[in-house]
Design a protein around this ligand. Structure first.
Ligand SMILES: Cc1cc2nc3c(=O)[nH]c(=O)nc-3n(C[C@H](O)[C@H](O)[C@H](O)COP(=O)(O)O)c2cc1C
Length: 158
């Protein structure tokens, strides 16, 4: 079974999560950063896993655009979506805004993988805001290993 992971990442969290998921898959997936590569060919893949971060309540634009453009194709494949997000209590709302009812129903994976704040990957203003809001001087990693494992299990067919 051939898997494609499509993602975009603003500050590196989603990218790292993709690597963690890929390491757990029985068959090596193809991986495309949709923030860098605009054209994608989904034919030949059985499972398409999409991942992206939430900022200010919204899914990162390259991922949002990918989902809109490829809705029809995604509905013909096994499909999953994961989010990097700091407010998991909002997760259900995020998914309702991002995917219509039929796509949510079709998805085999709908989860968050936790979040991180990589200060070194932010501009000075964003850095200051995050340091204040999160009350931290250092980068923070808060991944959810169990969610990452569960995504891999679904794709591996466990
Ligand atoms: C400026 C800023 C705004 C954010 N807004 C939200 C938000 O509205 N909801 C949420 O769940 N997480 C929010 N987050 C947390 C991000 O989703 C989290 O940092 C994530 O790990 C970023 O993923 P990335 O590194 O792949 O871009 C925000 C983070 C930053 C830095």
């Amino acid at each position: 079974m051939k898997t494609l992971i499509i993602y975009a990442s603003r500050t590196g969290t989603t990218e790292k999560a993709v690597q963690m998921i890929a390491e757990k898959l029985k068959e090596t997936p193809d991986i495309i950063n949709i923030g860098a590569v605009k054209k994608t060919d989904l034919s030949g893949y059985d499972f398409i896993l999409v991942g992206g971060p939430i900022k200010m309540g919204r899914l990162y634009k390259p991922v949002k655009q990918f989902l809109a453009k490829n809705r029809a194709a995604l509905m013909t494949k096994r499909f999953g979506l994961f989010l990097a997000c700091g407010y998991p209590q909002e997760l259900e709302n995020y998914f309702k805004v991002i995917l219509d009812d039929a796509m949510r129903e079709h998805a085999e994976v709908l989860t968050d993988i936790g979040y991180a704040y990589y200060l070194e990957n932010m501009g000075p203003v964003e850095q200051r805001v995050v340091m204040q809001l999160a009350n931290t001087q250092k980068s923070i990693e808060a991944y959810k290993p169990e969610a990452i494992q569960k995504i891999a299990d679904v794709i591996n067919g466990k």
